[in-house]
Design a protein around this ligand. Structure first.
Ligand code: A2P
Length: 305
């Protein structure tokens, strides 16, 4: 059994899951089957925008011949071009791709709606993302209906800032259970996590390894940080394991992506590492509010400012 975190509706989310962003279609099925059936992962994080849900669905078909569906926590996310009245159909397409009949958790992927249609990231003539007149409140109502229809067990959000959460909490009849955000020692977002904890929302950490290799050329490599290396050496662990242990020990659920069997196993073994207060203090001190994932570069809007 993996350790779990209790959500505000009584459901539980495993503290470690496997991420599938950038998991290519050729390798993701085998990786997910291996993670669940051979290693023991019980939490898979998906999203329609990742473009690989059909392949993950093939993995689920094989997995659920061997273990009960209820044993695995499956998350997916609503992309911004399917907000408002398009929400339910988008969810149904995701369920069909994943070959399952309910999700454990469905998230609004970003607090911005694009025009409803097939275009995933519609930019205007100036290279700025086009937004649609669909308030998050309308989409949230649709998300709540999915819970009532028992198509999803829990609902939540991703990439929401404090002000977006304040707004959402003002009208939500069914509270979000989580906000999935970029979290690692270079971007520890302690104040946002405090606010979420106060409001009984679990934080789910994406890019918990600092997306090694980076996204932009100038990105630093967190796993090569001397402080992280030193703590890893002391624990006879890998840098990745230290970063994941830090994430779990601060009460967040971590979802490292890997399609490599050795690293899938290595990441899961991070649950056995216990960092002491000094280690945690050192890792906490690395915060630089550094985001590897910032849509300013793709959408031309200062989303997080
Ligand atoms: P791979 O799939 O080849 O293992 P994040 O979740 O922070 O975005 O990190 C994902 C990236 O980190 C992927 O490129 C993944 O590559 C790599 N990765 C995952 N686990 C490890 C690990 N234990 N050691 C080194 N790199 C890893």
């Amino acid at each position: 059994m993996t350790q779990t975190l209790r959500l505000n509706n009584g459901n539980e989310i495993p503290s470690i899951g496997i991420g599938t962003w950038k998991a290519d279609r050729e390798s993701v099925q085998e990786a997910v089957e291996y993670a669940v059936l051979e290693v023991g992962y019980r939490h898979i994080d998906c999203a329609s925008i990742y473009g690989n849900q059909k392949e993950i669905g093939k993995a689920f078909r094989n997995i659920f011949k061997k273990i009960p569906r209820e044993e695995v926590f499956i998350t997916s996310k609503l992309w911004s071009n399917k907000h408002g009245t398009a929400t339910e159909n988008a969810l149904k397409n995701t369920l069909s791709d994943l070959q399952i009949d309910y999700l454990d958790l469905y998230l609004i992927h970003w607090a911005i709606a694009f025009p409803v249609g097939e275009e995933l990231e519609p930019l205007d003539e100036n290279g700025i993302i086009q937004s649609a007149n669909i308030p998050i409140q309308e989409t949230w109502k649709e998300m709540e209906n999915l819970v009532k229809k028992k198509l999803v067990k829990s609902i939540g959000v991703a990439n929401f800032t404090t002000s977006s959460l304040v707004d959402l909490l003002s009208y939500a009849k069914i509270k979000p259970v989580t906000n999935q955000i970029e979290l690692h020692p270079y971007n520890s977002q302690a104040e946002l996590i405090d606010f979420m904890t106060y409001n009984d929302l679990v934080a789910t950490a994406y890019s918990p390894l600092g997306t090694p290799g980076g996204i932009k050329d100038e990105d630093p490599i967190l796993m090569q940080d001397d402080a992280v290396k030193k703590i890893a050496k002391k624990h006879k662990a890998t840098e990745a394991q230290i970063l994941l242990a830090w994430g779990m020990q601060r009460g967040t659920s971590v979802i490292p992506k890997s399609t490599n069997k050795k690293r899938i196993s290595e990441n899961f073994a991070s649950t056995e590492i216990s960092l002491n207060e000094d280690d945690i203090e050192v890792l906490d001190s690395l915060n630089a509010n550094y985001r590897f994932v910032d849509p300013n570069g793709w959408w031309g809007i200062p989303y997080f400012s």
